[in-house]
Write a protein that binds this ligand. Structure first.
Ligand SMILES: Cc1cc2nc3c(=O)[nH]c(=O)nc-3n(C[C@H](O)[C@H](O)[C@H](O)COP(=O)(O)OP(=O)(O)OC[C@H]3O[C@@H](n4cnc5c(N)ncnc54)[C@H](O)[C@@H]3O)c2cc1C
Length: 321
């Protein structure tokens, strides 16, 4: 028996959200007195044995030409088969973009109960109860998983990465990998930018910036902080910014450690995608802007005056001035 954690990677690198899942899964293993093991599908350019420092004892790796692109059906089948082979009782995913599509399919294959968007360690004192987000983070639900095998997907940034010492045994797992029923024939991606859903810090701006020609100062602050850029929906609808930056109910849902909202009113549909951020800073010239109610820190002021000052103060603090 073991806790199996799916290790997601992109461009040969393990995602930060997977390190959170590894730390989380290792704690569950400790709680339930079984080993924690990781599973990698495909090839990564990182030392897999070093993942032992996140608490796992073993990393299983499945390599196949069919695993070069993420195909939810193919990956779910392989993960379910691996979980069965190693007798996993709990399978952990990050609730990131791949986890969201793969975890439910794995749960179906394993006839397992699924707690999606988990935000805390399960209570295993009597049964197996997981706290999860519902209604776009507006409420919590406690779900008790009663099936023999349990599948959990952990919300991004909901669990701190715990790094200790140790090395994991790396072994190849022999699994029949299915042939994908579709292939990505072409893709283009923005390069050199911090991925929005993985970012620790996000600088986001809304209609208060008046037009795309003023985004330079938003980008400058994001550069100084090493942050990802985001925007409100009307900004993307007006083509001031690309749609992949639009956050909210109908856009990307994020949970960074720091979310800086500039010239955004804080409509409920916007908050639905960002209210899981650990710290929210709002810059708005209207003291009555609804966003201030959700903010940890607020600056009532004109973005065109505040942003350059904030940027130069942070630069000075970071020794970049
Ligand atoms: C079904 C549905 C789904 C939706 N989904 C989303 C979604 O996913 N994401 C989303 O963002 N919206 C969504 N919306 C739209 C949402 O309701 C709001 O209309 C939108 O979030 C407002 O964007 P905004 O705050 O940028 O603009 P505004 O509401 O126009 O607010 C601009 C803010 O900037 C401030 N401001 C103006 N000038 C300055 C200045 N110089 N300095 C500082 N502050 C300034 C103003 O005081 C104001 O608070 C959705 C709406 C619907 C109906």
């Amino acid at each position: 028996m073991s806790v199996l954690i799916y290790i997601d990677h992109i461009d040969g690198h393990i995602k930060k959200s997977s390190l959170e899942a590894l730390s989380y899964g290792s704690k569950i293993a400790q709680q339930t007195g079984v080993p924690a093991e990781g599973l990698v599908l495909g090839t990564v350019n990182e030392d897999l044995a070093a993942l032992g420092k996140y608490g796992i004892t073993k990393v299983h790796q499945v390599e196949s030409d069919q695993l070069t692109q993420v195909d939810a059906q193919v990956f779910a089948k392989a993960i379910a088969e691996a979980a069965t082979q190693i007798h996993a009782t709990v399978v952990v995913f990050s609730n990131n973009s791949s986890g969201k599509t793969i975890a439910p399919a794995v749960a179906v294959r394993l006839k397992a109960g699924l707690a999606a968007a988990a935000t805390a360690l399960p209570d295993t004192s009597s049964g197996f109860t997981v706290r999860k987000n519902v209604f776009s983070g507006k409420a919590f639900a406690y779900v008790s998983i009663t099936s023999k095998v349990k599948v959990i997907s952990l919300n991004v940034n909901a669990f701190t990465i715990v790094e200790g010492e140790g090395s994991a045994e790396v072994s190849k797992l022999d699994i029949q990998v299915a042939t994908p029923k579709m292939r990505v024939v072409d893709s283009s991606k923005t390069s050199g930018k911090v991925t929005l859903t993985e970012a620790d810090v996000v600088v986001s701006a809304g209609r208060g910036m008046k037009g795309p020609e003023n985004w330079g100062m938003v980008e400058e602050l994001a550069d100084t902080l090493g942050a990802a850029l985001a925007c409100s929906r009307p900004v993307a609808d007006a083509h001031w910014r690309p749609h992949n930056e639009h956050v909210g109910q109908t856009g990307v849902a994020i949970a960074p450690n720091l979310y800086i909202a500039v010239g955004i009113s804080g409509a409920i549909q916007h908050l639905a995608g960002v209210n899981r951020s650990k710290v929210i800073v709002v810059i708005n010239k209207d003291p009555e802007a609804p966003f201030f109610k959700a903010a940890d820190y607020g600056v009532v002021g004109d973005a065109f005056e505040v942003l350059p000052k904030l940027n130069s103060a942070i630069k000075k603090l970071k020794g970049k001035a």
